[in-house]
Design a protein around this ligand. Structure first.
Ligand SMILES: NC(=O)c1ccc[n+]([C@@H]2O[C@H](COP(=O)([O-])OP(=O)(O)OC[C@H]3O[C@@H](n4cnc5c(N)ncnc54)[C@H](O)[C@@H]3O)[C@@H](O)[C@H]2O)c1
Length: 273
C-alpha cells in the first residue's frame, strides 16, 4: 500500500493512538490506517506474536513510530499500564480505540449461559474499555482534545441468538459511549461507537464453522460483500479520530454496507430444547 505513506496523508499526523486487539482483524486494519496517516501507534494486544508483527509492519511499510504493549483488556492493571505506556513513551494520548474481543465459550441459549461466560464478556467488552477510558480521560481533558472509538456490534442491537454475554456487554458499552459523550462534551473529548461488518479473522473462523453461511452472509449484504477491515472499517474510525469529528459525539455508526437496515444472516436459530 505505497500510497498509504504518512507524508501522503497526515490527517492525524503526530497524534498518539492506542488500539486494543491490534494484532489481527479490524484492530490491525485500524492500526495500519492510523500509521499511514502519520499517527504514533501503541499496539495493545494479548497475543505477543501478532502484536509484534503488527508493529513491524507499521514501521516497515509506513515508517511509523509504533510500539507493542502486551495487554489483556480483562485485567485492570494491564489496561492502566497500557495508557501509562502511551503517555510515558510519547507524552500524551489522543486517540483510544477499544476494539479487543476474544472467545467467551460456547454459543448457547440465555438459560444455559454460565456466570463465568457473562463475567468474561463484561470484562472484555465493558470493563476493559471503561478502565481504558477512565485512565485516558484526564490526559485528554488536560489537552482539550481526545477521541474515543468503541467497537460495538449489530449482534447486540438486533439481539442475535446465542451470544448473550457478547450482546449485553456491547450494548452496555454503547450506553457507556453515550454517557461519557454527554459528560465529556465540554472538554473537547468526543466518544463514538462503531458497529462494523468485516471479514476479520474472527469472522472467517465463524464462517469456516458454518460454511453455508459464508455465501449467504455476502449475499445478504446490501452491497453484496462483507467489508474489509483496513479498506472499509478503518477509514470511518480514522474520521471519528480526526479533527473532522469534533462536533460528533455519542453516536453509533453502522459500518456494514447497509446490512443493519434489514438485518443480517446470523447463526441459525437455536434449538428450542
Ligand atoms: N468482524 C466483524 O464483522 C465484527 C462485527 C461486529 C463487531 N465486531 C467487533 O470488532 C472488534 C474486532 O473484531 P474482529 O472481528 O477484528 O476480531 P479478531 O478476532 O479478528 O481480532 C481481535 C483481536 O483482539 C485480540 N484479543 C482477544 N482477546 C483480547 C484481550 N483479552 N486483550 C487484548 N486483546 C485481545 C485478539 O488476539 C485479536 O488480535 C471486536 O470488538 C468485535 O466484537 C466485529
Amino acid at each position: 500500500m505505497a500510497q498509504g505513506r504518512a507524508e501522503a496523508y497526515g490527517r492525524i499526523a503526530g497524534r498518539v493512538a492506542v488500539v486494543t486487539g491490534a494484532g489481527d482483524g479490524i484492530g490491525k486494519g485500524v492500526a495500519r490506517r492510523f500509521a499511514a496517516e502519520g499517527a504514533k501507534v501503541l499496539v495493545a494486544e494479548i497475543d505477543g506474536e501478532s502484536g509484534e508483527a503488527t508493529v513491524r509492519e507499521l514501521a516497515e511499510e509506513f515508517g511509523a513510530d509504533a510500539r507493542f504493549v502486551r495487554t489483556d483488556v480483562t485485567d485492570r492493571r494491564q489496561v492502566e499500564n497500557m495508557v501509562a505506556t502511551a503517555v510515558e513513551t510519547w507524552g500524551r494520548i489522543d486517540i483510544l480505540v477499544n476494539n479487543a474481543w476474544g472467545s467467551t465459550g460456547a454459543v448457547g441459549r440465555v438459560e444455559n449461559k454460565t456466570d463465568e461466560q457473562l463475567d468474561r464478556g463484561f470484562a472484555m467488552g465493558y470493563y476493559g474499555p471503561y478502565w481504558a477510558m477512565r485512565a485516558a480521560f484526564p490526559h485528554m481533558k488536560a489537552q482539550g482534545w481526545g477521541r474515543v472509538v468503541n467497537m460495538c456490534s449489530l449482534n447486540g442491537v438486533n439481539a442475535h441468538m446465542g451470544t448473550l454475554e457478547y450482546n449485553s456487554a456491547k450494548e452496555a458499552l454503547r450506553a457507556l459511549t453515550r454517557t461519557a459523550a454527554r459528560e465529556w462534551a465540554p472538554t473537547g473529548v468526543v466518544v463514538n461507537a462503531v458497529c462494523p461488518g468485516a471479514k476479520s479473522a474472527a469472522f472467517r473462523r465463524r464462517m469456516a464453522a458454518n460454511p453455508e453461511l459464508s455465501t449467504a452472509a455476502d449475499r445478504s449484504n446490501p452491497m453484496g460483500r462483507i467489508g474489509d477491515p483496513e479498506e472499509d472499517i478503518a477509514p470511518v474510525v480514522l474520521f471519528l479520530s480526526s479533527e473532522d469529528a469534533r462536533y460528533l459525539t455519542g453516536n453509533t455508526l453502522f459500518v456494514d454496507g447497509g446490512s443493519h437496515i434489514n438485518g443480517v444472516v446470523w447463526l441459525p436459530d437455536l434449538d428450542a430444547s
